[in-house]
Design a protein around this ligand. Structure first.
Ligand code: 5GP
Ligand code: SF4
Ligand code: MG
Length: 465
């Protein structure tokens, strides 16, 4: 999901709408905005579909006045799958004795099922099926006297990955979980402040990037001033490495390095680790493009756009049901036949999950008369599900969970298939010595099975690590 918040500007909701539009790739199912105005109080709107189709309309936006607002774009990882109910659309809002508070959450809480059961037993009335709603109910049970302190209490009880943007009448609050699994960045806009999942959300509103919110940090912005708090016990930082590979926009940056640069580096590493003789390097658009550029630069094999992507179809990955995903490939991608015919083609993609995409792309390329097809993948084999906010299917549906690299090559039906190594991926992300197995810099659980946060609910359901 994507989250965005702004305070200290006129018509904050307009800025939030723009920020969410820039974060649309993080969630395309639905979006919501909550705002506060000194005269009109709290207002909110929740809509299915794209930001641009809802939060540009005068009738929607005129109901969202005031100098402080937060918003969320949703992609379902927890809660109802497929048919998201409007009641699952964030931000969530709670009315407390000391005033209202809205909360937008990116990530996934790994103990939400247990918490929900406990909260319901003690009288909480849940409105949605979302794991994030726990935060509001935990706030309601806190005995602290301010909303910010109650939010701290609530977040000390949850486990998992969370970047949170919250707001009260006067405060804009940003928090990252102790390991900083999901991103959150801080920006300045005039006298005001902005919080965004990614830096591309700051760029679109003309905000100046200040810094990342640190893992385990809570910032509280009030009357134009920012205070930093440390509500949690310190923990090693484990930012999601898949944000670099796929999830974030290439024009965003983390740790002073653009996501584009990391992806291009992955292509360079891949060309060193798994060279191949070929005539063309083609990206599987759009997510494979920067890595394909790197592969071409390093190998000297010409880069070509052998596959064209229809710009009017969303990311396959983000569509919630497998059925839609299966149809998706042909709706979205087409081969440039005259370019491919008779050529030995290297295809570069970001990841192989179920393998169905790769298989269909291989069919299309061979149909077009390619002489050879070689797949190069910009991530290690995805062998484990993510429990921290990225929607991977259960383990049995992951190709790499059941097959070796050679078996995958044969199943997809290509001349060769190679994945970047975990060390190569770390080098591309700026770790000169690769992955330090004692203290890895990133979360890489979907590739390594090394889960930095025990997935408590899943373990109870019988998941074996
Ligand atoms: P698959 O191997 O499942 O057919 O799809 C892999 C391709 O689709 C990659 O290009 C990736 O961008 C995207 N993708 C589709 N579904 C998922 C998913 O559930 N998780 C991830 N990580 N990527 C996916
Ligand atoms: Fe990111 Fe993978 Fe970790 Fe999930 S399991 S947070 S996708 S690195
Ligand atoms: Mg892709």
């Amino acid at each position: 999901c994507g989250i965005f918040g702004v305070t200290g500007v006129h018509d904050a909701s307009n800025f939030v709408a723009l920020g969410l539009h820039a974060l649309q790739h993080r969630g395309q199912e639905a979006g919501g905005i909550v705002c506060h105005d000194p005269i009109q109080g709290f207002n909110s709107a929740r809509r299915f579909g794209y930001v641009r189709d809802n939060f540009t309309r005068a009738d929607v936006m005129k109901g969202l006045p005031g100098p402080i607002a937060i918003g969320h774009v949703r992609y379902s990882t927890a809660g109802s799958k497929g048919a998201t109910a409007i009641r699952d659309v964030q931000p969530f809002f709670g009315e407390f004795s000391m005033g209202g508070c809205a909360v937008a959450h990116n990530g996934n809480l790994t103990n939400a099922a247990a918490l929900r059961r406990e909260l319901i037993e003690r009288g909480s009335i849940f409105q949605s099926s979302s794991d994030s709603e726990c935060i509001i109910h935990l706030m309601a049970r806190s005995i602290q006297t301010t909303l910010a302190e109650r939010l701290k209490d609530a977040l000390r009880r949850v486990e998992g990955a969370f970047s949170v943007i919250a707001m009260t009448r006067t405060k804009l609050i940003g928090v990252r979980d102790p390991m900083g699994v999901r991103p959150l960045v801080l920006g300045r806009i005039g006298e005001g402040w902005a919080l965004s999942s990614e830096t591309c959300g700051l760029d679109i509103i003309g905000a100046e990037f200040v810094r990342e919110i640190e893992p385990g940090e809570m910032v509280i912005i009030e009357n134009g001033h920012l205070k930093s708090h440390r509500p949690f016990a310190p923990a090693p930082s484990r930012f999601c490495i898949f944000e670099h590979v796929y999830f974030s926009r290439p024009d965003s940056s983390y740790g002073g390095r653009s996501v584009y640069e990391v992806r291009r580096n992955i292509g360079i590493e891949l060309a060193k680790e798994a060279p191949v003789e070929a005539d063309l390097v083609c990206p599987v658009p759009d997510s494979g493009t920067p890595a394909a550029i790197g592969f071409s630069q390093q190998s000297g094999i010409p880069f070509a756009l052998g596959i064209t992507r229809n710009q009017y179809v969303g990311r396959t990955f983000i569509e919630p049901t497998e059925q839609i995903r299966n149809m998706g490939v042909r709706l979205k991608l087409n081969v440039n036949r005259s370019l491919i015919k008779g050529k030995r083609v290297v295809l570069v993609d970001d990841s192989v999950v179920r393998g169905t995409t790769s298989r269909k792309i291989k069919d299309m390329i061979l149909d077009a008369g390619a002489a050879e097809v070689h797949f190069r993948i910009a991530s290690p084999p995805t062998a484990w599900p993510c429990f921290y906010g990225v929607d991977t299917p259960e383990r049995s549906k992951l190709l790499a969970a059941t097959m070796s690299e050679d078996e995958m090559r044969d199943w997809i039906g290509v001349d060769s298939l190679r994945f970047i190594s975990l060390d190569g991926l770390y080098r591309a992300a700026g770790e000169a010595d690769g992955r330090n197995p004692e203290a890895p810099r990133y979360c890489d659980a979907c590739f390594s099975g090394d889960y930095p946060i025990a997935p408590a609910d899943k373990l109870k359901e019988g998941f074996e690590m």
